[in-house]
Design a protein around this ligand. Structure first.
Ligand SMILES: O=C(O)c1ccc2[nH]nc(Br)c2c1
Length: 159
């Protein structure tokens, strides 16, 4: 069983993330989306909300499941029985940091990283940018799944 982990904060999941997840689901027997619990950073959505949005958005992919973790990514991969991490690369600016993380992860545990070029449609996307767009009334419907857009609009109205 070839498993891969797609890690991230997913605060919230975007169409860019979903493009990578969908492509990974066609390459591996199982894909585990790992939502990082970062105690030093409170996000807009709770971990539970992020997990729920991811489960809703990835429901069409029967070999994709969602879990949260804290601590080292390689420990999560080991616990899940995954030998590969899948990361999207949006631009050259992503590469330096991702290369450093990938080399450390191999050094720590032998877990490999597969880099996938993001779909050019989404290469400028980030969760933080999309949140700003919606906060100021912009149309983010091309960048977020419908379930996420609805929650984001609602949450920003509360704030
Ligand atoms: O949304 C983000 O912050 C973010 C970061 C890094 C990323 N790499 N590939 C993708 Br899609 C991606 C998205």
């Amino acid at each position: 069983m070839r498993r891969a982990v797609c890690p991230g904060s997913f605060d919230p999941v975007t169409n860019g993330h979903l493009d990578i997840i969908g492509r990974a689901s066609r390459l591996f027997d199982e894909v585990i989306i790992g939502v990082l619990i970062n105690q030093s950073k409170t996000g807009l959505f709770t971990i539970e909300e992020r997990l729920e949005m991811l489960r809703e958005a990835t429901a069409p992919y029967e070999n994709v499941r969602v879990a949260s973790f804290h601590g080292l990514l390689v420990d999560f991969c080991r616990a899940q029985g995954a030998a590969v991490v899948v990361k999207g690369l949006r631009a050259v600016s992503d590469f330096d940091y991702e290369l450093q993380m990938a080399q450390m992860n191999i050094g720590l545990s032998g877990v490999e990283t597969l880099f996938m070029p993001t779909n050019p449609l989404y290469s400028f996307l980030s969760s933080s940018l999309v949140k700003d767009v919606v906060k100021w009334g912009g149309d983010a419907s091309s960048y977020l799944p419908d379930n996420v857009l609805a929650r984001l609009v609602g949450r920003l109205k509360q704030n």
